[in-house]
Design a protein around this ligand. Structure first.
Ligand code: ADP
Ligand code: MG
Length: 324
C-alpha cells in the first residue's frame, strides 16, 4: 500500500552520548530512526531513563546528535545556524510537564502566552491581551484568564496555558514530554481530548512521550517503544497492546516492571538484572531481563525489521517466527 502520509520530520540513525563520571560514556539514544507525519501522533513509551526526553530535545534542535541526522522537510537541522535556526524553531514547539509553573510568578497569563509572539515580532505589545484571549479560547479557557497569574490556577488549567503558548507560532510539530503525567486521570483525559481536537483542526503533528502505555495508545497513530536508548518496537497505535510481539513491549504493557525505575540513581540501587546504560553488553539490550533470551541474543544486536504493515520489531524471536 502506498503511504499517503506527509512526512514532516525524519530522525535517521540518531545516536546521542553523554560523558559521565569516571571517563565513562552513557549512550542515551542509540541508532534511533523515527518519523513525524502531518496531523499524526507518534507516541514514545518506555521506562524512565530510556532516552525519550533526549530524543525529543534533539528533534527540537535543543541538542545535536553525535551520529545520524534529523531532517525537517528534507533539510538537515544540524546545518542550521544563527538566524536560520532561530526562525526554524518556530515550527517545532515543546510542552513540558508543568510549563506555566516554570515562569516567574510575576508574569500574567497573557505575558506567558504571548512571549513567543513578541520574540518573533509577530504582534505589538498593545496587541498582547487580544492575542492571549484568542489563544485562551483555542484551549477552552475563559478570556479573562489573560490578566491573571498562573500559580492561582489548577494543574489542568496551567497545562492548557502551556499548550496555548506552544500554539502561538503555528507550529507543525508539538512535542509533549510527559505533558499530562502530573495530572489526575480525569484531567489528563480532558487535556488529551483538547490535543486531539487541536490536531484535527490544525493538522499538527505530535510527539507524545509518556510512560503510561495505555494513555499513549489512546491518542497515538504510531507507538515507538524504547529501552535503554534503543527502539525495540514500532507499531500502529491501536495495536500497541493487542499486537505487540517484543518481549519488552509485552512486559511494559503487563507492567511487570516498575515503570518509574530511575536510571539516574546510582548503579547500586538499580534492579540487579537491568544493565547499566554505561556498559551495554553486546547483543540485545533487553537480554538480561528477557524471559525468552536465546544464545544469539547475547551475541548479536537484533536489527529493527518490518514484520507487518506499520509494524517493526528488533527481536531475534520474530526473525525465527517464535513470538506468539
Ligand atoms: P527519559 O526521558 O526516557 O526518562 P532521558 O532522555 O532523560 O530519559 O535520559 C536518558 C539517559 O541519559 C539517562 O540515563 C540520563 O541520566 C542520561 N542523560 C540525559 N540527559 C543527560 C545529560 N545532559 N548529561 C548526562 N546524562 C544525561
Ligand atoms: Mg524524560
Amino acid at each position: 500500500m502506498s503511504d499517503t502520509r506527509e512526512l514532516i520530520l525524519e530522525a535517521k540513525h540518531v545516536t546521542k552520548r553523554y560523558p559521565a563520571s569516571g571517563g565513562r560514556t552513557l549512550t542515551a539514544c542509540r541508532d534511533v530512526s523515527l518519523n513525524f507525519y502531518r496531523g499524526k501522533t507518534l507516541g514514545i513509551v518506555g521506562e524512565s531513563g530510556c532516552g525519550k526526553s533526549t530524543f525529543l530535545r534533539m528533534v527540537a534542535s535543543l541538542e545535536k546528535p553525535d551520529e545520524g541526522e534529523i531532517l525537517y522537510r528534507g533539510q538537515d537541522l544540524a546545518r542550521l545556524k544563527g538566524e536560520k535556526l532561530r526562525q526554524h524553531r518556530q515550527k517545532i514547539q515543546m510542552v513540558f510537564q508543568d510549563p506555566a509553573a516554570a515562569f516567574s510568578p510575576k508574569m500574567k497569563v497573557m505575558d506567558i502566552i504571548c512571549e513567543p509572539l513578541l520574540n518573533f515580532k509577530r504582534i505589538k505589545r498593545s496587541e498582547k491581551e487580544a492575542a492571549a484571549r484568542k489563544f485562551l479560547e483555542m484551549v477552552e479557557l475563559p478570556g479573562e484568564f489573560a490578566l491573571r497569574y498562573p500559580h492561582h490556577m489548577s494543574g489542568g488549567q496551567r497545562q492548557r496555558i502551556g499548550i496555548a503558548r506552544a500554539l502561538t507560532l503555528e507550529p507543525e510539530l508539538i512535542l509533549c514530554d510527559e505533558a499530562t503525567s502530573s495530572l489526575d486521570v480525569s484531567v489528563q483525559k480532558t487535556i488529551i481530548e483538547l490535543l486531539v481536537k487541536l490536531q484535527r483542526e490544525k493538522q499538527i503533528a505530535y510527539g507524545f512521550v509518556c510512560h503510561d502505555v495505555a494513555l499513549v495508545q489512546s491518542l497515538a497513530h504510531q507507538v515507538a517503544v524504547m529501552y535503554l536508548g534503543s527502539v525495540m518496537e514500532i507499531l500502529p497505535g491501536d495495536q500497541a497492546a493487542s499486537g505487540c510481539v517484543h518481549p519488552y513491549t509485552k512486559a511494559l504493557i503487563g507492567s511487570v516492571f516498575d515503570l518509574h525505575m530511575d536510571f539516574q540513581k546510582p548503579i547500586e540501587s538499580m534492579d540487579d538484572e537491568a544493565p547499566s546504560p554505561f556498559d551495554m553488553p553486546p547483543g540485545c539490550p533487553f537480554q538480561s531481563r528477557c524471559p525468552q533470551c536465546m544464545e544469539i541474543c547475547r551475541r548479536e544486536r537484533p536489527a529493527l525489521k518490518e514484520i507487518g504493515e506499520g509494524h517493526l520489531a528488533a527481536c531475534h524471536l520474530t526473525a525465527q517466527g517464535e513470538t506468539e
